[in-house]
Write a protein that binds this ligand. Structure first.
Ligand code: ADP
Ligand code: MG
Length: 222
């Protein structure tokens, strides 16, 4: 489903090039989930950005469902991202000027994939029914993240990329939100790549890997 092969990535900095990824290999099958761990600054967000096609590797290939991202044009990439990728961030990133119901439908609408039945199921299962007319600033952190998860899954993406989705939530809320997410994924064709600092959260996913010195190792292999 997702195949990352020998990926390198450097950033230009005032002190010269900073090489963050030095030959990352990663495979993720359909419906599999992988927790991506590693120290702050180890390149976890960088890797997620590359997989989302938001930035390009310097070397190596990223393939999603047999499509090599570097062969896609900007327009194809944008379309692919809207339809096949769901993104969830630590800061929720909801659109402040839109009500919950419109935030929820936003991506699926853009992708032309809004299905009322799935939308209704997401609202029900994420417990958002009474919040639909509110604006993001009128929600708690856990509520905002539930909306962000619904928005990301509304188009039934092949791959959900989550960058520390529970990083701004307290422990109980984290567990609650994670459980809702895992339950929804159990009924979806979606694979999950989730960055987390929490070994407790990571342990709930199918596999765990650690990014260290620019390379990825399965936990325990290092
Ligand atoms: P993580 O998500 O694991 O904390 P990041 O992928 O955000 O790590 O960053 C990895 C390293 O690359 C850090 O040292 C960070 O400062 C640097 N970095 C990230 N983005 C840029 C950028 N656009 N320009 C320069 N350096 C960057
Ligand atoms: Mg990060």
């Amino acid at each position: 489903m997702l195949l990352v092969k020998d990926v390198f990535k450097s950033y230009a900095t005032a002190q010269g090039p900073l090489t963050v990824l030095r030959g990352v290999d990663l495979q993720l099958g359909q419906k599999e989930s992988l927790a991506l761990m590693g120290e702050s600054g180890s390149g976890k967000s960088t890797l997620l950005h590359l997989v989302a096609g938001l930035d390009q590797p310097d070397a190596g290939t990223i393939e999603v469902e047999g499509r090599r991202l570097e062969t896609l044009s900007e327009a194809q990439l944008a379309h692919w991202r809207r339809t096949e990728i769901g993104l969830v961030f630590q800061q929720f990133n909801l659109i402040g000027s839109l009500k919950v119901e419109d935030n929820l439908a936003f991506q699926a609408r853009l992708a032309g994939r809004l299905t009322p039945q799935w939308q209704a199921e997401l609202i029900e299962r994420l417990g958002l029914g009474s919040l639909l007319k509110r604006y993001p600033e009128q929600l708690s952190g856990g509520q905002q993240q539930r909306v962000a998860i619904g928005r990301a899954l509304a188009s039934r993406p092949k791959l959900l990329l989550a960058d520390e989705p529970t990083g701004n939530l307290d422990e109980n809320t984290s567990d609650e939100v994670l459980q809702l997410l895992l339950d929804l994924l159990a009924d979806s064709p979606t694979s999950l790549l989730m960055v987390t600092h929490s070994p407790r959260i990571a342990a709930r996913l199918g596999r765990q890997a650690v990014l260290h010195l620019g390379r990825l190792a399965a936990e325990g292999e290092r």
